[in-house]
Design a protein around this ligand. Structure first.
Ligand SMILES: [Zn+2]
Length: 285
């Protein structure tokens, strides 16, 4: 039996080959490195799986070293393959895993699939000819940190004007605050937009403009045949975004515009664990 494991800042999620799903709360131990690594070992080894795909939120090298994980600092510098010796593991950035899961389960006919997940932050992954595209060292597709506005708002990475600084939960909250002066959580802004509050509708419109420009850049650079949008914030907002596919195509050059279709992911919160499982199921990756 194989499984996929998604290591996040608050939960470790598991997706088994037979469809079982589990969620382990880990926020209370995620700052204590030894306790946290011990918990990861227990969860990964449980059931003695023959192969495990591991998705990690953060910069993850091809060798399995977590270089920088803003939400899980206890993992910084940890070589996951080393601490999980004795079991066959594949370690990958969480959104790259999510992208692979999209291709494996829902879009097998795609040759170049771009997956963009917007939630707490913004992550992306690319699958080319049935394989995750990870770059030379494992850090490809950090689209959340491509600059969309020189000298713009501060991003979680410290730079100014990144795509994530606008298209993320904290990005939307800041856009709303700049317009209204009021501090609200993302879900409250979305609720107010559904109730047609002017500031909330303006904030969503501004979010959408940044979303479209970032996607246009990605389409012009990567020429995907499938763009899949996912993540908690997109799930919550998609009814407010209008015809995103038509709007994106209108912004793009005609050849890449004709080439892609835009879809919303349907796998919700187990997306990354599902992708990690898909990776564990493939013997040649
Ligand atoms: Zn950034």
């Amino acid at each position: 039996m194989r499984k996929g494991v998604d290591i996040g800042g608050s939960f470790i999620k598991v997706y088994w080959e037979d469809g079982r799903r589990e969620k382990h709360y880990i926020r209370d131990i995620s700052k204590d490195r030894e306790l946290f690594l011990q918990r990861i070992r227990e969860i990964v080894f449980e059931g003695y799986p023959s192969s495990v795909g591991i998705a990690v939120a953060g910069f993850t090298s091809l060798e399995g070293v977590v270089y920088k994980s803003p939400n899980i600092p206890a993992l910084n510098g940890v070589n996951l393959k080393d601490i999980l010796k004795g079991i066959n593991v594949k370690v990958i950035n969480d959104v790259s895993a999510g992208a692979f899961g999209e291709w494996f389960y829902d879009h097998r006919e795609s040759r170049v699939l771009l997956f963009v997940a917007v939630g707490t932050g913004l992550g992306a992954g690319l699958v080319v000819n049935g394989k995750p595209f990870l770059g030379a060292c494992g850090s490809a597709l950090e689209l959340g940190h491509h600059t969309i506005l020189l000298g713009g708002e501060r991003c979680s990475c410290g730079r100014l004007g990144c795509w994530e600084a606008y298209c993320s939960s904290y990005g939307l909250e800041r856009i709303y605050k700049n317009l209204s002066g009021e501090d609200l959580k993302d879900y409250q802004i979305i609720q107010r937009a559904k109730e047609r509050e002017t500031y909330a509708l303006e904030a969503v419109a501004s979010f959408k403009r940044f979303l479209l420009v970032g996607l246009m850049n990605a389409v012009h650079i990567l020429n995907p045949d499938r763009v899949v949008l996912g993540g908690g914030l997109i799930d919550a907002m998609k009814d407010l975004l209008g015809n995103l596919e038509a709007d994106l195509k209108a912004l793009c050059e005609s050849l890449p515009a004709e080439c892609f279709s835009l879809n919303f992911s349907s796998c919700a919160e187990y997306c990354m664990a599902r992708g990690a499982l898909a990776l564990a199921l493939m013997d040649d990756i």
